[in-house]
Each structure stands twice: as structure tokens, then as C-alpha cells.
Design a protein around this ligand. Structure first.
Ligand SMILES: [Zn+2]
Length: 420
């Protein structure tokens, strides 16, 4: 090509607009450069392992970041969901070295003699898989008062202090606990204070990754140890009863589009879901459905779920497809998903559809609903689910070797393990 030709631009190219896409969530036209990768099923529910059609590109940068913080996190960090996922993970956990167990959140410490909690901060109490205590003095945020762990952005950017009090000298239990602790706080901007002495090391020896306590931190550590020894930690969970409303609408849009494609975008269901996702005084969403605390009963939860799994079930009922989502056979929500006139390459509309995600195994199973039920009822084994069942049996055997999670805060009378 000559240099003269290289600079010629055709008139039509000058008039061409940059390519655009229609954002699934805000419904605005956005330049292609603002498209982001979106997991229609969020990662905390195992969505990163979901089949490819759940990985979307038609979500804008703005929606991705706003909804991640205010909608996904509102659900994921609500006390019930945080702890529901922790219980689910145990059902498929077979020991250290794999995906660490999540911690259990006990709530915000109300009143602990001798514990200094600066203005604007909260002391949050967590229990690890071997019963160890973790007190995290972190920034508090009125806007996100019900988030376990507070504002996820503050976690990475604002200074905080973690007090870690081990309970077991058993090597396996200690390793499991450290993995859980490190995973839970890997992104936290926090000083880490280790709350036990070593049996065979000089006083003041630091466990790797932990900090030497200041006098103030030593005072707090003593206050925590005293409270644990007395069995008196007054912690309270905080609740927001509307924590899931916007999340359910977001799931309807994400799953509806993943299963039914472009025709879904202009349905009444999608429109109502968008209204619920962006609530305003002027209009309320008419999306039909029921949340985790109403509607579904225990039989339905048990039938539509699977132990340790996040299950997304889609069924055509009357004029609509309905979706139910549940975690470990609990906390289900059920909602209308799409008009029954649509069809999906992924759903046999007579039989229904189920997607099982196992955040602990990174192992998705997508199948027809009767196939899942036949397996659960023992009528016909499904090979993938049979493998999961084997893991569940191994996990049950492993769990039997562990001390049960204490009903009350554990005592730290036991010495910590030695450093090898
Ligand atoms: Zn958007």
C-alpha cells in the first residue's frame, strides 16, 4: 500500500458510530468499550463454574460495579446467606488442601469489658472451622449495616485489626483453621494479632504472617481472651428484611437472558425485573414471586434443592416459566422468570430444568428436572451426582473426626500448636 492510500478514509467510515450494545440491567445503549464480563449467577453462588451461556458480555461497567456492591453483596453478606453458604460448604469439605471452609459470622460484639473499639468502627465476631475465635475490629458503615464483614471496599482499603484465637493443637485442625482464616481475610487491609503462646518457642515469637501487638492491641487481646474464658461474648447479627429484593430481580434478568436470549429482553417480566432492580418512588415492580422467608415450605426446599449445592430450577407452570433458587435445600426464593411463550435451547419445556452448582467442588451439573428427582429418590442414579454423593459421604466421615462447632464461644484454655 502506498503512503498516499494509507491516509484515505472513506466518507461512510467517518459517519459510522462506534458499535453499541444494550445493557441487560440498565437497558441503555452503551458503547462496546464499556462492556464487561458478567456472571449471570454470581461467583459466591458458584457462578464462575456455571456453563458458558451464563457468562454474559452485555452488561455495562457502571452496572457491573454498582450492582456488585449494592445488590450482589447485599445478598451474599446478609447473615443468613453468609452462614448458609458456610454450612453448605461443610457438606462437601474433605479436609485441608482444597477450597478452604468459609467462617461463620456471629455478629457484632455489643459490649465487651476492656475491648477498645474506636468511633466509626465495629468489632465483629467470627468462628472458624475448628471453633477458633476471630474478632475483627473494622470500619462500620451505616449504609451497609447488615453486611457481614462490612463494606467490601472498606475491607481492602481501610485499616483494621484481626485477633485470631486458635483453639486446637491438633495439626490437621490447625491447618484447616489457618486456611479458612487466610482465605477469609486475604484481601483485608488488616493487622493480624495471634492470640496464643507457643509451647516450645521463646516468649514473643510471632507466627508467620502475624504482627507484633502494640500495648493497646495486647489490651484488646486480653479482653477477648477473658470474655471467651467466661463464655460471655454478646454478639448480635444485624438484619435488613429487604436485603434480597433487588438481588432476585437481578437474577431474573441474568438467568432469563442466559436461557432465553434476546427475545427475553422485551418481555414484561424483564421490564418488571428492571423496575425492581432500580426501585423508584414512582413505580413498583409487579414481578411475581416469593422471597426466602415467605412462600416456599420445607418440603419444597428439600425437593428443589440438593445437599451442599446451589440449585437453580426452572419449570413451566401455566403461562410462565418459574425459577427457584436455593442453597443447600434452604433459603429458597421463587419467582416468575419469563412468559411461557418463549423457548430455550437449554430447557425441555415439558420437563423443566435444573442447574446444580457446588461452590466447594467447582463442579456444575446441568440436567432435566426429572433426572435430578429420579437420582434423589434413588430411582435412577445420575453419574455426575453419584460422584458428588461420594464426596458428601467422605465429607461426612471427615466432619465426624472434628469437634462440633461450639454452641457457645469456645474456651482458649488449650495451648496453641507448636510452630514446625
Ligand atoms: Zn448498565
Amino acid at each position: 500500500m502506498s503512503s498516499a492510500q494509507a491516509h484515505v478514509v472513506s466518507p461512510s467510515a467517518i459517519e459510522q458510530k462506534p458499535p453499541v450494545f444494550r445493557c441487560l440491567y440498565c437497558d441503555l445503549e452503551k458503547p462496546k468499550s464499556e462492556s464487561t464480563l458478567e456472571h449471570a449467577i454470581p461467583q459466591f453462588l458458584g457462578g464462575a463454574q456455571a456453563p458458558l451461556h451464563y457468562k454474559l458480555r452485555n452488561v455495562c461497567v457502571r452496572c457491573n460495579s454498582i450492582l456488585g456492591l449494592h445488590v450482589d453483596a447485599s445478598y451474599a453478606r446478609s447473615w443468613t446467606v453468609t452462614n448458609g453458604l458456610a454450612v453448605a460448604a461443610r457438606k462437601l469439605y474433605i479436609g485441608p488442601g482444597g477450597i478452604p471452609l468459609p467462617l461463620v459470622c456471629m455478629g457484632i460484639i455489643q459490649n465487651m469489658p476492656g475491648l477498645a473499639v474506636p468511633e466509626g468502627m465495629a468489632a465483629e465476631y467470627w468462628i472458624g472451622p475448628s471453633g477458633e475465635s476471630i474478632v475483627w475490629i473494622r470500619s462500620d458503615n451505616d449504609l451497609m449495616y447488615w453486611y457481614s464483614g462490612g463494606n467490601p471496599i472498606d475491607k481492602k482499603t481501610k485499616p483494621s485489626t484481626l485477633y485470631y484465637l486458635p483453639t486446637t493443637a491438633d495439626r490437621l485442625g490447625f491447618q484447616m483453621a489457618m486456611e479458612a482464616f487466610n482465605d477469609a481475610f486475604k484481601k483485608a487491609k488488616a493487622r493480624r494479632i495471634f492470640g496464643a503462646e507457643f509451647l516450645d518457642a521463646p516468649a514473643g515469637t510471632l507466627y508467620p504472617g502475624f504482627d507484633a501487638p502494640t500495648d493497646a492491641e495486647r489490651g484488646n487481646l486480653e479482653a477477648i481472651q477473658q470474655a471467651i474464658a467466661n463464655g460471655l461474648i454478646d454478639a448480635q447479627a444485624r438484619f435488613n428484611i429487604r436485603f434480597e429484593d433487588r438481588f432476585i430481580c437481578k437474577m431474573v434478568l441474568g438467568v432469563g437472558y442466559s436461557l432465553f436470549g434476546e427475545p427475553f429482553l422485551d418481555t414484561k417480566t424483564a421490564k418488571q425485573a428492571r423496575l425492581g432492580l432500580w426501585p423508584s418512588q414512582a413505580q413498583t415492580s409487579q414481578l411475581r414471586g416469593a422471597g426466602s422467608f415467605g412462600g416456599a415450605d420445607a418440603t419444597f426446599s428439600s425437593l428443589s434443592g440438593y445437599p451442599g449445592a446451589v440449585v437453580i430450577m426452572v419449570l413451566r407452570t401455566g403461562h410462565h416459566y418459574a425459577m427457584s433458587v436455593n442453597v443447600d435445600q434452604k433459603m429458597p426464593f421463587t419467582t416468575e422468570l419469563a412468559p411461557g411463550t418463549l423457548s430455550s435451547p437449554h430447557i425441555n419445556s415439558d420437563h423443566g430444568y435444573a442447574l446444580l452448582l457446588f461452590p466447594q467442588l467447582r463442579h456444575p451439573v446441568e440436567l432435566e428436572l426429572p433426572t435430578m428427582l429420579a437420582h434423589k429418590l434413588g430411582n435412577q442414579a445420575h453419574p455426575d451426582l453419584a460422584l458428588v454423593d461420594v464426596k458428601a459421604q467422605q465429607a461426612e466421615a471427615f466432619n465426624a473426626t472434628l469437634p462440633p462447632l461450639p454452641a457457645r464461644p469456645p474456651s482458649t484454655a488449650a495451648k496453641s500448636p507448636t510452630v514446625s
